[in-house]
Structure formats: C-alpha cells, structure tokens
Design a protein around this ligand. Structure first.
Ligand code: ZN
Ligand code: MN
Length: 469
C-alpha cells in the first residue's frame, strides 16, 4: 500500500526585543541562572503583567511580510497546563484571536517553487528551563517570559526536504525582517513537527507530534524516521497511536514522551490581567512601510537582474547586508565575476552577520579589470585577499608591481617551450595518451610568467605545441 506523508510544522522563534513580554527583565542568553527574572516573570501571586508593545509590532511586521492580515483587535489567553518549568501553572498565549491569522511563505526546494499556507502566527511567553544534574533538577527562570512568535503551518508538506526548506526559508525571512535572530543552537528557534501517513486522499491518517527539534538536519531525520516507523506499523496491520514524541539525536529515533488519550484540554480563558489590544489603520500602515524583500524574492530579483545562477543568487540573498554589498559592487562591473570573487574568496573570510572588510568599489574594480582582461583571475583573487588586510588602490599596485595579465604570444610561447624542455616525462606521458599530463605543464608554464599568463590563451597554445611536437 502506498501512503502519502503529511507534515505540518509549529515553530517558536524568540522575538528580538530588549525586554521580556510582560515585565522589564532583559532578554539574555547564557546569563547565570535566575539573574534575569523578577516576581512578574516568575509568576508570583499579586503581580500584574504589562504587554510589551515592541513584541506586538515585531509580530505584526512578520505577519505583514508573510501575507497575513493582522487583526485590528486581539487579546491574550491563558493556556493551562502543569509542568515544572511553568511557575504560574499557565502560559499567557493567544488562542481565539491570534494577532496574525493566515499568511503563506514561498520558497524553493529541489528546483521547485513551493508555497506553504500558514494557519496563524501569534505571540506568547516562553517557559523556564529545567537543568538536570546528578539526579537533581534545577529550574532557571531567565527564559520565563521571553517573547515568542509561534508560527503554525497548514499540514500540506509531503517530504522531509520540504519541511526543512520551509524552516530555513522562515528563518531567513525572520532574520531579514529583524523580527528574530533565530539562533537554533541557543534555542532561539525550535520546531515541533506533526507527521501522519494518509492511506487515501481525504483521510489524513493518525498523526504524531515530535517536540522541540533544534536543527534543520534533525527535522529531516526525525520526519524520515517517524514516517518509516508509522509505515511499518500500518503495513503490519497495527495502528498508529496519537502521541507526543521527542527526537533522540544519539540514536536517531523518536521516543514517546506522553500518550494523548484525546486532544489535551488546556482550558483556555481570556487573560483577565491584560486588556485587549488594538492596532489602528495608521499603525498597521507604518509597520508595513519599508518591509525588505524576503530572501527568496530577492534571489529571484538577483537572478533576473544580474544573470546569476539560482544557487549563487540564493547564497547572496540569504542576508540583506550581503545582497546590498553585492549589488553595490556589481553595479558597474561584470556581475558574474563579482559574484564569483565574492562567493569563492571573500565570503569565507567574512563574519556573520555579513560585514565586508573590503569596500564594494574595490571588489567592483577588481572584477572590471578581470573582465577587461587587464589582470587574470588568480591575480584578482590575490589582490582581493590583500585588500582584506588593508585598503589600497588596485590600479596603482598593478602598475607598480607589474601584475598585468600577459597575452603576448611570444612571451607565452617562450614559457611553454621552457616548461616542456624542463619536464620531458610530462610531454611523453601526454603523447602516449595520458592527456591529464597537460595540467602539469600548464602549471609550470604559468609559474614561468609569475602567474600572470592569460590561462585560456596559454592552455590553447600549449595544446597546439603538444600536437606539433
Ligand atoms: Zn521579569
Ligand atoms: Mn506555543
């Protein structure tokens, strides 16, 4: 029997605010336990929350960029459940009136364009962190009350690759919008995955939920493992049980956390200590102004405007500062030479988030000199690396150090003849059919021009020379 895999995602991303969602405590990572908390975020009786307006604004910005129509009127709800990391015994979240209903995200996966519709995006508070050590469990309240954006997709994805591509596209979008840093290794972005196998169209099957996955690779692996586990059960005539699972990274398997008899009853109630909140038309308009292009859209634009390959365009558009730098450099220079120099040689040396130690007009000038044939690629690369250590004018250095590309056939012939004379075995190898021996001769001939030869011209002259020999 053939089953169709159905995947839906629920993502929690930390909103990039300075203070927590209901109190003035700072949002920190790595601070000593229980040094960034107060009676409000620890849920002491008698304390009152105040909604951080900046968290609302960031969520609305994400909603507007992802095609949601943020609600003009919204409110917070209490979601009741017991867990030791939740001191109040309930989480302040949103249930009936999410801030950003609907929306969708478009991205590329394996050469296809996919649009995944969203059910909703809403804001809520994070819980604390349990620390288990030598059989004792401690609680760190620093994360209590950190503002989260929860993004829920419709269950419309059908491959593990699609799910992880969605997650990456969402991360790139939220980072670009300045809504979240999405630092997965710090728990700043976590993903719950719903997986089911549909036996025939219209029947979604029985789904299980894998909680709190914190890497793109693990999302793919967990879905692949869980789909296979469910398929084996179904093919053996057994039933899939509705369950909450966790993904165990060391064994690569999913492990049950708790059985769900029926869907959990959180007994949602409107949060009585926070008034409903409103967004006026002007406020919405202001928040929607100056929204940057999302990385996928920007990549399409770069492909079209500069004739870049799809993969180069998506590398360059992953960060707005990188895409801006590229466009500044490609403005007056051959765009593909600029992208090659940038991606292959400069980018690996740059910090993240992208900041270049070389000014865009310098990269631009090197690419132009290269495009005009004044210098070869190797010289462009070495000058670029020297620019990383300190600024200079490439034209002056090329003149002073005599770095111009050599296209003079007489000089190139001379280099070839000498290289051949110095390595007769390579010539013999080539003549006896080992064509790869040409590379040894080519390298030697280039060195005889101090690396300045026009490599294409040199190669064709060398081939001629070898044929005539
Ligand atoms: Zn606090
Ligand atoms: Mn949630």
């Amino acid at each position: 029997m053939k089953y169709q895999l159905i995947v839906g995602l629920e993502i929690h991303a930390e909103l990039k605010t300075e203070s927590k969602i209901f109190c003035a405590c700072p949002v920190t990572f790595g601070a000593p336990p229980n040094t960034a908390c107060c009676p409000i975020c620890m849920g002491h009786p008698g304390t009152l929350p105040t909604l951080n307006r900046h968290a609302v604004e960031l969520a609305v910005r994400a909603g507007l960029a992802l095609g949601s129509r943020p609600a003009a009127h919204s409110r917070m709800d209490r979601k009741h459940y017991f867990y030791p990391d939740l001191p109040k015994g309930y989480q302040i979240s949103q249930n009936e009136m999410p801030l950003c209903p609907g929306g969708a995200l478009t991205f590329g996966v394996e050469g296809r364009e996919v649009t995944v519709p969203l059910s909703r995006m809403h804001i809520e508070e994070d819980a604390g962190k349990l620390i288990h050590r030598e059989g004792v469990t401690f609680i760190d309240h620093n994360r209590c009350g950190v503002p989260l954006l929860e993004v829920v997709t419709k269950p419309v994805m059908h491959t593990p690759e699609e799910a992880s591509a969605f997650l990456k596209a969402l991360r790139d979008a939220l980072v670009t919008l300045g809504v979240s840093d999405c630092k997965m290794q710090e728990g700043g972005m976590r993903c719950d995955v719903n997986v089911s196998l549909s036996p025939y169209p219209g029947d979604p099957g029985v789904r299980t939920e894998i909680k709190n996955i914190n890497s793109f690779a693990f999302v793919e692996k967990a879905i692949r493992y869980e789909a296979e586990r469910q398929r084996r059960l179904l093919e053996a005539g057994e039933q899939v049980v509705t369950q909450t699972l966790r993904y165990d990274e060391s064994t690569g398997t999913t492990i049950p956390m708790r059985q769900k008899e029926k869907s959990e009853d959180y007994c949602y109630l409107p949060e009585p200590n926070l008034p409903a909140f409103y967004l006026t038309g002007e406020e919405l308009e202001a928040l929607g102004r100056d929204l940057p292009l999302l990385p996928y859209e920007r990549a399409k634009e770069l492909e079209e405007r500069y004739g870049l390959s799809c993969s180069d365009a998506s590398i360059l558009s992953a960060q707005p500062s990188l895409a801006d730098f590229y466009e500044a450099a490609a403005h007056n220079a051959p765009p593909r030479i600029v992208s090659n120099l940038l991606i292959s040689h400069l980018l690996p040396l740059c910090a993240e988030p992208f900041a270049s130690p070389v000014a865009p007009h310098r990269l631009s000038r090197l690419a132009s000199l290269c495009g005009e044939g004044r210098i070869n690629n190797a010289t462009a690369k070495s000058l670029l690396l020297r620019l990383v250590d300190g600024d200079f004018c490439p034209d002056e250095v090329i003149l002073k150090e005599d770095l111009e590309q050599i296209t003079d056939r007489g000089i190139l012939w001379d280099a070839i003849t000498r290289a051949m004379a110095a390595d007769v075995p390579a010539v013999t190898d080539y003549k006896s059919g080992k064509k790869a021996a040409i590379n040894r001769l080519l390298g030697a001939a280039i060195r005889r021009t101090q690396g300045k030869a026009d490599p294409n011209l040199l190669r064709s002259l060398l081939a001629q020379a070898l044929e005539q020999f």
